[in-house]
Ligand binder design. Structure first.
Ligand code: KIV
Ligand code: ZN
Length: 521
């Protein structure tokens, strides 16, 4: 094993596994790949790309990421049995640096109510699983699920046994977000001191946020000796989420004097990566979210503003540009050229190829014709749109809606199909969005049940762009579409067309993949 820098904390990102598992956060295969590339650029050490046995779609996404993404270790999750481990290995083995992450619950509650296994059986299964995984792959992580509610002495026994069996990283999860910092610090200190072979492995921490303590508990574990921390972008994850990557890494950086530790994260990529995830999942970032929220660096009170004008350190512990957020919010307009746009995009933390820049520049010009001033939020929306747009057979040629508070609204859509057909349909509805969506359903013949409808403004002012996020159900599956334009009815119609396209593409692929189709969520 190569000698590790003892002061380096490895960042294990599980946005694509534990994060993606949470309701409203599922991603398609191309979205997962896009996200994995962004995580590699951000500088994470490990990407947990998914749970390959969960479904064929999951396996494919993990395999694709393992094939395409260079730099970080690519991990696949497996329960403690040969079938899961074989599946995980077949998905990650093509990676430059593959890892199998095996887990088995150890707490009395899980042993009794979930597994029906005695302590000895747990140790036996964990050892067998790790040995088998190690026979396939050099890099094995083991997680005793619900470790924070496991008897400490038994936890020590399990950890010692899996180290002897060949685990190279031992992860201690607070699966249900139950622990508190003082307690978790003690657990790590105890294990580091009392487990035979502890010095030969990396201890890792994995916290959930049920009591809002995931970051605090992870930091306590790091002080107790953990040198890998598992976290997600924007803190997404099961229930209340996982520890947030941006909060953890900035805490380690801003308070380096206390911790004396560092990570490989490029802070300037935090904001763009956070926005990318939000745009992909349609899950908005709360305004007051630490590090990446819109208000994270906003100073409203007069006293604070006065202090800031004298010196920014009066009320600021880090600078917005340290996390990749630009505060100047420089305004671009229709006379701004390609070079100014390229510069702005770069300052916002995105690298675009010439072709991508041309596409964004064309969209930028079209938008500048409708909107006097373009803010950073507008530019980001254009870049992210071009990065995640779903291709499909249907596109919107024209939308005409008439809304009258005393009557039903009417909507007429003209849609173009990839086979060159132009289809026009008119429908009435309860409001302009309903009318437009009904017309699209009639025109395409795809009738999906609208489950959730969200609109928000991405910038400020009367002519701000509106983002629509629609969630629909079709044949028992959930689909999501997002679109940003200056007109919320048009955004809603475009988001709905994205969903129709996703449904069409699943239909075209015909066979059920046994789970989530590539474009479904
Ligand atoms: O929370 C948990 O226990 C997990 C394990 C699979 C590591 O996600
Ligand atoms: Zn978890």
């Amino acid at each position: 094993m190569s000698k590790r820098d003892p002061n380096r904390v490895l960042i294990f990102d599980t946005t694509l596994r534990d994060g993606e598992q949470s309701p409203g956060c599922s991603m398609t295969q191309p979205e997962k790949l896009r996200m994995a590339k962004a995580l590699a650029e951000l500088g994470v050490d490990v990407i947990e790309a998914g749970f390959p046995i969960a479904s064929r779609g999951d396996w494919e996404a993990v395999h694709e990421i393992a094939k395409e993404v260079r730099g970080p270790i690519i991990a696949g999750l497996a329960r403690c049995n040969r079938e899961d481990i074989d599946k995980a290995w077949s998905a990650v083995r093509v990676a430059e640096r593959p890892r199998i992450h095996v887990f088995l619950a150890t707490s009395a509650i899980h042993r009794e109510h979930k597994l029906g296994m005695a302590k000895e059986e747990i140790i036996h299964a964990a050892v067998e699983g790790v040995k088998y995984a190690r026979s396939l792959c050099e890099d094995i992580e083991f997680s005793p699920e619900d470790a924070s509610r496991t008897e400490l002495e038994f936890l020590r026994e399990v950890v010692e046994a899996v180290i002897t069996a060949g685990a190279t990283t031992v992860n201690i999860p607070d699966t249900v977000g139950y622990t508190v910092p003082e307690e978790f610090h003690e657990v790590f200190s105890y294990l580091k001191q009392n487990v035979r072979g502890a010095e030969n492995v990396t201890f890792s921490v994995h916290c959930h946020n049920d009591l809002g303590l995931a970051v605090a508990n992870s930091l306590a574990a790091i002080r107790g000796g953990a040198r890998q921390v598992e976290c997600t972008i924007n803190g997404i994850g099961e229930r209340a989420g996982n520890a947030s990557l941006e909060e953890l890494t900035m805490a380690l950086k801003v308070r380096e004097g206390i911790y004396g530790l560092h990570t490989g994260i490029d802070g300037k990529r935090l904001f763009p990566t956070s926005r990318l995830l939000s745009s992909i999942t349609g899950m908005p970032i709360p305004r007051n979210k630490a590090i990446v929220g819109e208000n994270a660096f906003a100073h409203e009170s007069g006293i604070h503003q006065h202090g800031m004008l004298k010196h920014h350190t009066t009320y600021e512990i880090m600078r917005p540009h340290d996390v990749g957020m630009s505060r100047t919010n420089l305004v671009l307009g229709k006379h701004s050229g390609r070079a100014a746009l390229r510069e702005r995009i770069k300052e916002l933390g995105f690298e675009l190829s010439d072709t991508e820049l041309t596409r964004v520049f064309n969209d930028f010009k079209a938008l500048a014709d409708k909107k006097k001033e373009l803010f950073d939020g507008d530019i980001e929306a254009l870049v992210l749109k071009s990065e995640v747009e779903t291709a499909g057979p249907w596109s919107l040629e024209n939308l005409h809606v008439v809304s009258d508070s005393s009557k039903f609204a009417t909507g007429r859509v003209v849609l173009r199909h990839a086979d060159a057909r132009i289809v026009t349909h008119e429908s009435s509805g309860d409001g302009p969005v309903d009318a437009a969506l009904k017309a699209i359903e009639q025109a395409t013949g795809v009738f999906a049940k609208l489950r959730k409808f969200e609109v928000r403004s991405v910038t400020v002012g009367e002519d701000a762009q509106g983002e629509a996020v629609l969630t629909c159900e079709y044949n028992g599956r959930t689909y999501r579409g997002t679109s940003v334009t200056t007109d919320i009815v048009e955004s809603s119609a475009r988001a709905f067309i994205e969903i129709v396209n996703a449904i069409e593409s699943s239909r075209r692929r015909g066979a059920d993949l046994g789970d989530v189709p590539a474009a479904a969520v």
